[in-house]
Design a protein around this ligand. Sequence first.
Ligand SMILES: Cc1cc2nc3c(=O)[nH]c(=O)nc-3n(C[C@H](O)[C@H](O)[C@H](O)COP(=O)(O)O)c2cc1C
Length: 181
Amino acid sequence: MNKIGIFYGTEKGMTEAMAQVMYRVLGDDIASEPVNVNQAKVSDLLQYKALILGIPSYGVGELPGRTTGSQEGNWEEFLFRLDDADLSGKRIALFGLGNQQKYYDRFASSLIHLYQHFVAYGAEVIGAWSIEGYHFSRSHSVINNQFVGLVLDHHTQPEMTKDRITGWLDQIKPDLLEKLN
Ligand SMILES: Cc1cc2nc3c(=O)[nH]c(=O)nc-3n(C[C@H](O)[C@H](O)[C@H](O)COP(=O)(O)O)c2cc1C
């Protein structure tokens, strides 16, 4: 597929809303319409070489899914189906949602699970993001003083969301487009 694939998991719709903003900013000439992973087949994702994947946070040590109370299915179920897929050659940028006031000691920590899974599948993960401007005591999604992907907190910093998304997309777009040629 000669476009950027956008897939997300969501419980309350916020991660989907963020994926839709990214889709609108990128434009439908280079990006495909975002797909909920609970509606996606493994082959839907595997057809892309360049991907943006989004995940909300629901606890530490947990992927959102049945384990965290999801009724509809989320990344936990999709990754189970993805199993031991070979994703070498794929370039993937990740974003995660959280609430740094309420969950300051485990902020946006589900993102690390997505990162670890896709690295283990052999994908190249890009799009690390500065922790500056966020206020939290602990996040499992920080490696070398950076988040492993874009982190959005639309609950307590809604005014920063748009600039964070456009800044991050400017950063990752050239690397993702390289994969489309
Ligand atoms: C039960 C519950 C647990 C949550 N756990 C965390 C958490 O551990 N860390 C965090 O940063 N945010 C946590 N959140 C906040 C969500 O990640 C945040 O509301 C996110 O925007 C939800 O995205 P969604 O609407 O796509 O499901 C939690 C929210 C709920 C309702």
